[in-house]
Design a protein around this ligand. Sequence first.
Ligand SMILES: Cc1ncc(COP(=O)(O)O)c(C=O)c1O
Length: 441
Amino acid sequence: MRESNISIKDKIRLLSEKPVSLKEYQIKGKESFLNDSFVLNKNIKNKEEIFYPLAHSTWDHKEHNAIIDQLYTGNLTMGEKVESFEKSFAEHFGVKYAIMVNSGSSANLLIAAALILLSKYDFKKGDEIIVPSLGWSTSYTPFTQYGIKLKFVDIDYQTLNIDSEKINNAISKKTKGVLAINILGNPSEFNKIKEICDKNKLLLIEDNCESLGAKYSKKYTGSFGVAASHSFFFSHHIQTIEGGMITTDDRDIFEYARSLRAHGWTRDSIEKKSINDTPIAKFRNSFNFILPGYNLRPNELNGVLGLTQLQKFPNFLKRRKENARIFKKLLGNQTYCSIQKCDEDSSWHGFSILLEGSLKDKRDHVIYELHQNGIETRPILTGNFLKNSVCSFMNYEISGILRNVEAVDRRGFFVGNSHINLENQLLRLTETINKFHKKIN
Ligand SMILES: Cc1ncc(COP(=O)(O)O)c(C=O)c1O
């Protein structure tokens, strides 16, 4: 196929379906790469052929009606629906404040920005933050964009979360915080991490984008750190098209995040709201900018979707946990794999599998077999994050050996969980791997 015959849309699809480094892409040349990708991807199944997709829509007529009703009000930019969702969210998850933004990535960005701009935290350019080596790109990039150095440590092989034993060794004079990313619904080991943070006066920051509804010692994740991020993207526990939330008990972070979310102005300040009660005061104060802000606002459609989804959320979670019970029963005791260990109350974003024994080096074969049987798979987050070439833009250091994240990178994959009954899907998953395991033994 000649390059000129490929539409831009197909090019992007082909480029995105084959993981490749920029260097490889440049060396190989665009045309040959696209040809290779085309051959490799000939086998891709249509959406209808996928029996067990990574994610399902959680919407029905309720979300459709909520959107239409809101459309007819004419109020579409951020307003009372977003505020009402924020209040309900904070109440539901047991935190003082919630600030909705347009994505989980934006929530991470505003947390980093607020902590660095608030002088009381003394968190500044050149300081360090300890982070797990398994995470999402935008768990890390906000800190590097503000000149914070990342100190990567290994994860725990079983829980996939940051290995709390590795944190102590990574602490230096410049360390100001620890980022705990609750992986795939599984709460981090907060008692140990909090103890280390308290002892060393470190900020604990939570990326809870994958773990809405998880609990540690009966308390919701997202309420342990000084601030936490949440995501409402399609594959996540609740879906608002795009969307995210910051939760915090700190009034200053709340005020800063509200200002940073909207251009850095004072207009959304709760404290300053009362001073705009005359037309002249409003005229003077509405365009007053105090912080180097962004525009990361959600809109009212995201707000009503959040309200609608939050009502359904307890049932979503119940079903996710029932699916997890089936998953554990089917794959928890197999010799050819290990699954994520969740001692606390996980909200089971997805089901991770690490191949062991005779399947240890057979991931490509297993992925192929699953694909042939209509089962979608994906790597566990980004795999070993340090292998992503974006790291060349970051100031970072590695503390210790990253053995476990490397195992996840080479032998791991995950399949989806959702709010619907996945018993048949999980049975097919197990049968497919069993059959392949028998074939090669
Ligand atoms: C751990 C983690 N943090 C942050 C994000 C970013 O969330 P969003 O896609 O809403 O920007 C994701 C996305 O899946 C994630 O898995």
